[in-house]
Design a protein around this ligand. Structure first.
Ligand code: 15L
Length: 279
C-alpha cells in the first residue's frame, strides 16, 4: 500500500538511487529525488528531481518538507580520503537527521559492510557475524558509515526518529567476484527492502544486513523482522562463474571488507589468525 506522503531519495542519480527511483515509482510511490549530479535518463513518472548538495542544511530541510520517509543513499560511496568524506558523509548525515526530526520522517540509511569490514570472514562451520557486533571500519568511508549509524541511534533515543540502517554488502546487477558469493544484494531484493521499510508500522532503531539469500554469507542475526523482509535472490546462482575470482592478496581475502581493508594497509599481515579478532 504506497505511503500517502512523498518519499525523499538522496543520491538519486547513483546506480542504486536511480534503480530505486524506477522501481519504487513503478510500485506507486511518489518520490522526491535529489543529487548533486543530474538524474541519468528520463525521470520516471511520479518523481520530481532537485539538484542539491548534502552540505546544504536549508536545501535538505526544504526537500524533506511534507515527506514521511527519507531513503538516504547520497554521499561518498567508495573508499576516499578523509577530507573528501567529511562534508557529504559526516555533515550530510546530520542535515538528513535534522530534516527528519523536524518533519517527523523516518530514515533508511544506506550503510555499508565497510563499517564492520575488519571482522574476519568466517571459515566453514564458524559462527556468522551478528548485526550487534562491534564496528570495525576498514576505511574513512566505512568509519563515516559507522558514525551515521550512531547518528541514527542518537536521533532515535533522543528524538524518536525511526531509522533502519542497511549494511549493504555488494549491490550490483550481478556478482563480479568470489567475495560477492557472500556479500551480493540483488537490485530486486534491495527495492523490496525499501518498500518494506516505508510500509513497516514500527521500526525504532534497527540494523539489517543488506544481502540476498546467499548460503555463503558472512552474516547472521539482524533485525529484519521489524520490516518483514525476506530476500528472494541468491548469489549461489552465479557460483560457477565466480568461484575462482579471488584477489590473491592475503589481507583482502582474510577480512569481510575485502580490498578496502588492503588499501593503504601498513601493518604486517596478521598470521595465521589475528589473536585480537574477537576483541
Ligand atoms: C560499498 O560500500 C560500495 O559502495 C560498493 O561500491 C562496493 O565496494 C561494496 O561496498 C562492496 O563491499 O562490495
Amino acid at each position: 500500500m504506497p505511503a500517502a506522503k512523498p518519499v525523499l531519495v538522496t543520491g538519486a542519480s547513483g546506480n542504486l538511487g536511480s534503480m530505486l527511483a524506477r522501481e519504487l515509482t513503478a510500485r506507486g510511490y511518489r518520490l522526491r529525488l535529489t543529487d548533486i549530479k543530474p538524474f541519468p535518463g528520463d525521470l520516471p513518472e511520479g518523481a520530481e528531481f532537485t539538484t542539491a548538495d548534502l552540505g546544504d542544511a536549508v536545501a535538505m530541510q526544504h526537500l524533506a518538507d511534507g515527506c514521511g520517509a527519507i531513503l538516504h543513499f547520497g554521499g561518498i560511496s567508495v573508499d576516499r580520503p578523509f577530507e573528501e568524506v567529511l562534508d557529504p558523509n559526516i555533515r550530510g548525515i546530520y542535515h538528513i537527521y535534522e530534516a527528519a526530526r523536524r518533519e517527523g520522517a523516518r530514515v533508511l540509511f544506506a550503510s555499508s559492510n565497510h563499517a564492520i569490514g575488519f571482522h574476519e570472514r568466517p571459515g566453514p562451520g564458524e559462527p556468522k557475524l551478528d548485526a550487534d557486533c562491534a564496528f570495525r571500519p576498514d576505511s574513512f568511508y566505512g568509519l563515516s558509515k559507522a558514525y551515521a549509524e550512531l547518528m541514527g541511534r542518537l536521533y532515535w533515543d533522543k528524538h524518536g526518529v525511526e531509522n533502519l540502517n542497511v549494511r549493504i554488502g555488494s549491490s550490483f546487477p550481478e556478482p563480479v567476484d568470489a567475495r560477492m558469493l557472500s556479500t551480493w544484494l540483488s537490485y530486486a531484493d534491495l527495492a523490496q527492502l525499501c518498500a518494506a521499510f516505508i510500509e513497516a508500522p514500527r521500526i525504532g532503531h534497527a540494523v539489517v544486513w543488506g544481502a540476498s539469500d546467499n548460503p555463503a554469507t558472512f552474516w547472521g542475526q539482524d533485525q529484519r523482522e521489524r520490516i518483514g523482509w525476506a530476500p528472494q535472490d541468491t548469489a549461489e546462482d552465479f557460483r560457477g562463474q565466480m568461484e575462482g575470482k579471488v584477489s590473491g592478496d592475503p589481507v583482502t581475502e582474510r577480512y569481510q571488507g575485502g580490498a578496502y581493508c588492503a588499501s593503504a594497509y601498513s601493518r604486517e599481515s596478521p598470521s595465521p589468525r589475528d589473536p585480537f579478532a574477537l576483541d
